[in-house]
Design a protein around this ligand. Structure first.
Ligand SMILES: Nc1ncnc2c1ncn2[C@@H]1O[C@H](COP(=O)(O)OP(=O)(O)O)[C@@H](O)[C@H]1O
Ligand SMILES: Cc1ncc(COP(=O)(O)O)c(N)n1
Ligand SMILES: [Mg+2]
Length: 568
């Protein structure tokens, strides 16, 4: 058996099995419910698969093997931990970390804590048999790759977990030996130490104690330096886990956040700059969950730990300004999404189609020709009555574009005018613009919607009813239809004319803005097609290829008002 390799066969109980190496089996997603570390015995699973002496055996199906694509696999972490009502640590942190790291996370809750940024005000343990019931519900049904443990508040719960894991082996076990919260409150007392050491640690693929927890596991050993952390990692490794990560978040006088990883052969000193912030509640839980997430995706332990640490560091840096609770330790934002909503910084209203009324589209070449900055151009257009701005900077360097975009966004927000970016979804995200406008050969609107989220504005250039229908299906907010008239701003652009515009407007389920060669002289003819979803005109040259942008915009604005566009 020991010499068996991938595609050897094994007969057992009149059934044929294929033997795969654990790595191979895991890469194919076969090893859910199998523990790939070295279990000496053969475990027969109800699916008809066995796990034997370092190999995974898959039952042959009707003479043919399971194909690689027989099941697509979503990486899955099960966290067995306590609830934190303040949602900075515990189960809540685990769910957020796994979501941010893009793996599915199921939850077995071991205790409820009444907790906030000040500390832990109360703890209520979940009865042991109900922890067992939750474990069984998840593990008997779902394909869990990695179990991650946090707060395990009683000997009974630790024993229940170990017993269940023997019954339902998984690919890897990440143990965060949570004992004392950073606020100093006890989450698992010293009575569980011996069960931890004897039963759980030897099953673990990695344990992630902080300084206090490493010290508690090592009989009160003093840990004050990086060298002490190395010694602790070596001693803890002797207790059976495959890897030990001693975390140095609380290392005194350290300008770096230093963690030591030891795998029994090598030490790795993982350093990152210490982020100056009060919002570090839940860093330990989040780190362990992120390690579990990376392992569930199939990464080796060292890479998993490195990525997880970088994730925590990035999230802490992003969350420096977050202001939640009055205690000494606030939560951070795993999804890098929380913002402080102040009037000046954010557009408050959802997209309003009437914003398309006078749509000013900037052009870098025209600005250069007239010697004005993009910021001056935007200011002038807004002063003249533009109701929405699009930055269309085809030749700008990305860095310059971002800087101008940020400045323009500030101006637009002050005036309640939405600002969209042409084509560059990356720039729109980086600057937190109000949305993007994409052409038929740019990023598809559906992909842009996924990247930008549900509330940003997305516009799509369309020439035909089919394209208009696709824009609607893809989740766009409006379409731009043109060129209505010939224009110099686009080479080889097919002109759809007023008839083409009308056809698209009649077919479109989305509001429409007309574009292409439109100015004061012909805007009236455009408006006179009078379909209710034509909401305005988008203009480039007629505003920006002129000496006074503000005056030209005002003229067009007055003209449009006189013609009552979009009101029919
Ligand atoms: N201020 C910080 N800046 C950057 N990384 C930090 C900071 N505080 C903690 N970390 C990192 O967060 C992870 C959790 O560490 P730690 O806070 O020591 O654990 P615990 O939350 O269990 O006490 C470690 O990788 C540590 O290096
Ligand atoms: C329910 C629960 N579990 C774990 C922690 C540890 O938090 P930290 O990650 O800040 O050490 C906590 N405070 N509460
Ligand atoms: Mg901490």
């Amino acid at each position: 058996m020991a010499s068996a390799t991938f595609l050897s066969t094994l007969s057992l109980a009149n059934k044929n099995y294929l033997l795969l190496t654990p790595t191979h089996a895991y890469a194919k997603g076969y090893t859910n419910n199998f523990r790939v570390s070295n279990l000496p015995s053969i475990v027969v699973r109800k699916e008809g698969s066995v796990r034997s002496q370092g190999f995974v055996a898959m039952q042959e199906k009707g003479g043919s093997t399971l194909s690689d694509d027989s099941r697509t696999k979503t990486p899955h972490v099960l966290t067995v931990a306590g609830s934190d009502s303040g949602a900075g640590a515990g189960i809540q942190a685990d769910l957020k970390a796994c979501a941010a790291r893009r793996v599915y996370c199921s939850t077995v809750i071991t205790a409820l804590t009444a907790q906030n940024t000040v500390g832990v005000q109360g703890v209520s343990n979940v009865p042991e048999d109900f922890v067992a019931q939750q474990l069984k519900s998840v593990l008997s049904d779902m394909q869990v790759d990695v179990v991650k443990t946090g707060m395990l508040p009683s000997v009974g719960i630790v024993k229940t977990l170990c017993k269940t894991l023997r019954e339902f082996p998984v690919h890897a076990l990440v143990v965060d030996p949570v004992m004392v919260s950073t606020s100093g409150d006890v989450l698992a007392g010293p009575s569980i130490l011996s069960t931890f050491l004897e039963e759980l640690l030897p099953m673990a693929d990695i344990i992630t104690p902080n300084l206090k927890e490493a010290s508690a596991l090592l009989n009160g050993m003093q840990l004050e330096t990086v060298d002490d952390m190395r010694s602790a990692a070596r001693l803890l490794h002797n207790m059976g886990p495959k890897n030990v990560l001693v975390k140095g978040g609380d290392l005194p006088d350290s300008s770096d956040a230093v963690d030591i990883l030891y795998n029994g052969h090598n030490f790795y000193e993982l350093r990152s700059p210490r982020i100056r912030t009060r919002n570090t509640h839940g860093t330990g839980c989040s780190l362990a969950s992120s390690i579990a997430a990376e392992v569930a995706k199939g990464y080796p332990m060292l890479s998993a730990v490195k990525v997880a640490k970088r994730f925590v560091e990035t999230a802490l840096d992003y969350s420096k300004e977050i202001d939640i609770g009055n205690g000494p330790q606030g939560p951070f934002d795993h999804l890098l999404r929380l913002k402080s909503h102040s009037q000046a910084c954010h557009r408050q209203q959802p997209f309003d189609p009437s914003d398309l009324f006078l749509y000013a589209v900037t052009d870098s070449r025209m600005n250069k020709r007239w010697g004005r900055s993009i910021i001056d151009a935007v200011k002038a257009a807004i002063d003249g009555g533009a109701t929405i701005i699009q930055l269309r900077e085809k030749d700008a360097e990305t860095k310059d574009f971002m800087e101008s975009a940020k400045a323009c966004i500030r101006i637009c927000r002050l005036h309640g005018v939405p600002l969209l970016i042409n084509d560059r979804v990356d720039v729109a995200i980086a600057c937190d613009a109000d949305g993007v406008h994409v052409g038929q050969s740019d990023m598809p609107a559906r992909v842009a919607r996924t990247l930008l989220g549900p509330e940003k504005i997305i516009g799509v250039s369309c020439k035909t009813p089919e394209q208009a229908e696709q824009a609607w299906v893809d989740g766009a907010d409006y379409i731009g239809c043109g060129g209505v008239y010939p224009t110099n701003t686009k080479e080889n652009n097919i002109t759809v004319g007023l008839n083409g515009l009308k056809t698209v407007c009649m077919a479109s389920k989305l509001p429409v803005v007309a574009i292409g060669g439109i100015g004061v002289s012909n805007a009236r003819a455009v408006m006179e097609i009078r379909t209710s979803n034509l909401k305005g005109v988008a203009v480039v040259s007629a505003l920006f290829d002129r000496e006074c942008v503000q005056a030209e915009t005002r003229k067009l604005h007055e003209m449009l008002l006189g013609s009552n566009i979009g009101s029919t």
